[in-house]
Write a protein that binds this ligand. Structure first.
Ligand SMILES: NC(=O)c1ccc[n+]([C@@H]2O[C@H](COP(=O)([O-])OP(=O)(O)OC[C@H]3O[C@@H](n4cnc5c(N)ncnc54)[C@H](OP(=O)(O)O)[C@@H]3O)[C@@H](O)[C@H]2O)c1
Length: 233
């Protein structure tokens, strides 16, 4: 299968690329990003790095690379942690307008049928835009509206299937601080997963599984992602 990973240079996107290159079901990986993605090992023969200036713009030469895709995993977003450094209009543009532009760009390029689009959101995103949370209210409502926009794609664009991933905190060991947090979560998880979290490798394995084999549900909770990720790895 031909898989597009949008946001290929991000924390989650880079792990999805790493696992996709080792997955025998995946024959071609399109790493869509603002910077080149370079992997220098034998798995890289399946990789095509496609650099775009902006996730809102899909020139013909980019569409030519996206054509015929079986699935796309869309990880592009300004995360809540980083959103403080941007105007809200720009955060919304990246999170919402670019998701629509990216989906349309791939659709116009001519995907395979069915074409699976897996969109990353987060656990705790309200499911009703009128339920504005006290913390990060505008951001959370915007992510809720983006999810609702994505859920309508199959009725608007024939031959498409969508899924929304709701990870909690994504634990990883890319820095000492993150390793410390991941270690703390792994101990706490022995007793409770009341604070939703999923390791980066489990999360990547779960979404890859779903993009390859089909979506179990329209919305995958953190617990679903942990379960699918652990059984896949
Ligand atoms: N990390 C977590 O703990 C966590 C938890 C729950 C949900 N999620 C969700 O999972 C998804 C992926 O998260 P992540 O942790 O991988 O985030 P990340 O490392 O910040 O990567 C996000 C991607 O979005 C792109 N991006 C960020 N800001 C941008 C901007 N201003 N303009 C254009 N592109 C921009 C990045 O591109 P560049 O690499 O070029 O900057 C990157 O490819 C997001 O939807 C996030 O909300 C993450």
């Amino acid at each position: 299968m031909k898989l597009i990973v949008a946001g290929a240079t991000g924390l989650v996107g880079s792990e999805i690329i790493r696992q996709a290159l080792r997955n025998s079901y995946v024959t071609e990986v399109i790493a869509l990003a603002r910077k080149p993605v370079v992997i220098d090992d034998s798995s890289a023969s399946k990789l095509k790095s496609v650099v775009i200036r902006d996730y809102a713009e899909y020139p013909d030469e980019v569409k030519a690379e996206l054509a015929g895709a079986d699935a796309c995993i869309w990880t592009v977003a300004v995360t809540p942690f980083r959103s403080a450094g941007f105007d809200f209009a720009e955060v919304k543009r990246v999170c919402q307008d670019c998701t629509l532009a990216g989906f349309k760009g791939i659709y116009e390029a001519g995907p395979a049928r069915p074409f699976r689009f897996l969109y990353f959101s987060a656990e705790g995103t309200p499911q009703d835009p009128s339920q504005r949370p006290f913390i990060l209210g505008d951001y959370q409502v915007m992510r809720c509206e983006t999810e609702n926009m994505v859920r309508k794609f199959p009725t608007q664009y024939g031959g498409t299937e969508v899924c929304i991933a709701h990870p909690g905190v994504v634990t990883n060991s890319t820095t000492w601080l993150r390793l410390l947090l991941a270690s703390t979560f792994s101990v706490v998880n022995l007793f409770t997963r009341a604070l939703p979290n999923v390791s980066r490798d489990e999360l990547a394995a779960a979404v890859l599984n779903q993009a390859i084999h089909g979506f179990d549900k329209e919305t995958l909770s953190n617990n679903d992602l942990v379960r699918i990720g652990q059984s896949t790895l």
